[in-house]
Design a protein around this ligand. Structure first.
Ligand code: ARG
Length: 488
C-alpha cells in the first residue's frame, strides 16, 4: 500500500525530485481524440483552446492527478510502479512549470491535456494510465472547484483584515460627530465610528457569505468520470479526503454539470464590490472641497495632467468602477449556464475567465481599500462643523414635545416644522435658537430643551439597540472584536 496522503501533504517538499527523463516520443496531435486525424483548423484552435487562460490551474490539476493516481494504485487499478513513475513525473512537471523550464504553451487544448501529454512524453505507458476511471469532465470540475475554494479562503482572509482596519478607525471616532444622511441630505447626528461600523457590518456579512459557500461546495467531483461514474472499483472517499474535501459529491450527472460554486463566488464578489463601491463613493464625496471631511494620503491620490492644483481620488473611483466588471462576470456565467442540457457542454469552458477576473479584482480591491483607509486623514472639526447645518436635532425637539409636554407626535412634527422655518428666516440652525425664540412658537417649552438641541446630546440620546450613541457604538465594536477572535 502506498501512503498517498503523505504524498499530497508533501507536494511542496517534493519539488526538485530526481530527474527521470526518458525522452519518449508522443504524437502531439489530438491526444484527446481517437477519431479525428486531420490537423485542426487554426481558427478552431483559437476558439477551442483554453490553455492560454486555464494554465493557471496547473497546481490544482497536478494535485488532482496525484490523488487520483494514488487512489488507483491503492485499489490495484494501476501498479505501484506506475504510480511511482506518475508521482515522479508530475512532480517534475510541477518543478518545470514553476521554474519556467517547460513552456506550457504547447499545442494542446487545455491544461489537463498539456500536463498529460508532458507526462506521457516523460514516462510513456504509465502516463497513459493516469486517465483510467477519469474524464476531463470531472477533472475540470475538480480543478476549478479546488481553485474556487482556495480563492474563497484568501478573499475571506482579506475581508477580515479590512474589518479589523475599520474597527481601529471606529474605536478612535466613537465621539466624532458628523451628519447622518438620508437622500444625501443632513438628517440626524451620528458618530463617525458608527458610520464605519455600518461598513464593517456589510463586510462581515460578505465574509459569512464566502464562508457558507465554502462549506456548501466542499465536495469532490473527482471520479464522476464523463457523467455516470465508472465500472472501475475506485474509492472516491479516499481522493475526496486527500484533497481536503468533506466528502465526494452524491450524483455524478450533477457534479460534472454543476457550476454553482463558480456562480457563488461571482455573486459573493459582486455583492462585496457593491459594498466597496458604496464606501468608495462616500470617500470621493468626503474628500471633495465641498465636504473636506477626509484627506486621502498622497500615496492614494493622483494629479491632473493640466491642472496643477488637482489631487484626484482615482483609487476610490477605480474601486467604484471595477464593480461593473464584477457584475458583468456574474451575469455572463448565469447566462452561459441557463439553457444547458445535462451534462457537460463546451459552453462551460466559458466559466473560467470571468471568475479569474473577478477573483483578481476582488483581491486587489480589498488590499487597496484596506491600505487607503488605514492611511487616510480624518478632519474631525470639519465633520462636526457640518453638523451645524441642516437642523439635525429637529427630531429630538419633536421627541421632547412628545415626552415632556405630551403633544401627539404628528402635532409635534408640525410645531417643529414651524421652528425650522423660523430658524431658516433668521439664517441659523435650530440648535442656535434661544429659549425665547422657541417659546414664541410653543410657550410650553422650558429651559431643559436646550440640552436636547445639542448635537452630541442628540447622538447620545439614540441609545436603543443598534443605535448611534457612543455607548452603543462601543458595544458594537466589542461584539465585532469577539467575532474576529472566534473566526480566526
Ligand atoms: N477545457 C475544458 C473546459 O474548460 C475541459 C473539459 C473538456 N471536456 C470535454 N468533454 N471536452 O471546460
Amino acid at each position: 500500500m502506498l501512503n498517498f496522503e503523505f504524498i499530497l501533504l508533501n507536494l511542496d517538499k517534493m519539488i526538485g525530485i530526481k530527474s527521470i527523463k526518458r525522452g519518449i516520443k508522443v504524437s502531439k496531435k489530438k491526444i484527446a481524440s481517437a477519431r479525428i486525424d486531420t490537423e485542426s483548423s487554426d481558427l478552431l484552435k483559437v476558439l477551442n483552446n483554453s490553455l492560454p487562460f486555464d494554465k493557471v490551474l496547473y497546481l490544482e490539476d497536478i494535485k488532482g492527478s496525484l490523488a487520483h493516481a494514488s487512489m488507483l494504485a491503492n485499489k490495484g487499478i494501476i501498479s505501484g510502479d506506475d504510480f511511482k513513475q506518475i508521482n515522479l513525473g508530475l512532480n517534475e512537471i510541477l518543478e518545470e512549470i514553476i521554474s519556467g523550464s517547460w513552456d506550457i504553451e504547447e499545442d494542446q487544448e487545455d491544461i489537463h491535456m498539456a500536463i498529460e501529454y508532458r507526462l506521457t512524453q516523460k514516462i510513456g505507458d504509465a502516463g497513459k494510465r493516469l486517465h483510467t476511471a477519469r474524464s476531463r469532465n470531472d477533472q475540470v470540475a475538480l480543478d476549478f472547484r479546488l481553485y474556487v475554494q482556495k480563492e474563497t479562503k484568501e478573499i475571506a482572509a482579506l475581508l477580515l483584515n479590512l474589518v479589523e482596519t475599520l474597527l481601529v478607525i471606529a474605536s478612535k471616532h466613537t465621539e466624532t460627530l458628523l451628519p447622518g444622511m438620508t437622500h444625501l441630505q443632513h438628517a440626524q447626528p451620528i458618530n463617525f465610528g458608527y458610520h464605519m461600523m455600518a461598513y464593517a457590518s456589510m463586510f462581515k456579512r460578505d465574509f459569512e457569505r464566502f464562508e457558507s459557500s465554502y462549506k456548501r461546495n466542499n465536495f469532490s467531483p473527482l471520479g464522476c468520470a464523463a457523467l455516470a461514474g465508472t465500472p472501475h472499483p475506485i474509492d472516491r472517499d479516499m481522493t475526496a479526503s486527500a484533497l481536503g474535501f468533506d466528502a465526494p459529491t452524491l450524483n455524478c450527472l450533477d457534479s460534472v454539470s454543476d457550476r454553482d460554486f463558480a456562480l457563488e463566488i461571482l455573486f459573493n464578489i459582486a455583492t462585496m464590490m457593491m459594498h466597496i463601491s458604496r464606501l468608495s463613493e462616500e470617500l470621493i464625496l468626503w474628500s471633495s472641497s465641498e465636504f473636506g471631511w477626509i484627506k486621502l494620503s498622497d500615496r492614494h491620490a493622483t494629479g491632473s495632467s493640466i491642472m496643477p492644483q488637482k489631487k484626484n481620488p482615482d483609487i476610490p473611483e477605480l474601486l467604484r468602477g471595477k464593480t461593473g466588471r464584477a457584475n458583468g462576470n456574474l451575469i455572463s456565467l448565469l447566462t452561459v449556464m441557463k439553457g444547458l442540457p445535462l451534462a457537460y457542454n463546451k459552453d462551460m469552458q466559458e466559466d473560467k475567465e470571468g471568475v479569474f477576473d473577478s477573483v483578481k479584482t476582488a483581491k486587489l480591491s480589498l488590499s487597496v481599500l484596506d491600505e487607503m483607509l488605514a492611511q487616510m486623514g480624518i478632519d474631525k472639526e470639519a465633520m462636526e462643523r457640518a453638523c451645524n447645518k441642516g437642523h439635525l436635532s429637529a427630531t429630538d425637539l419633536a421627541d421632547y414635545l412628545v415626552k415632556k409636554i405630551g403633544v401627539p407626535f404628528r402635532d409635534a412634527y408640525h410645531i417643529v416644522g414651524n421652528v425650522v422655518n423660523f430658524a431658516e428666516e433668521k439664517g441659523v440652525d435650530i440648535s442656535e435658537l434661544g429659549l425665547s425664540d422657541l417659546q414664541s412658537i410653543e410657550p410650553k417649552i422650558s429651559e431643559d430643551v436646550l440640552g436636547i438641541l445639542d448635537n452630541k446630546a442628540s447622538m447620545n440620546a439614540r441609545r436603543s439597540k443598534g443605535g448611534t450613541a457612543t455607548s452603543r457604538t462601543l458595544e458594537q465594536i466589542e461584539i465585532f472584536k469577539g467575532w474576529i477572535k472566534n473566526v480566526q
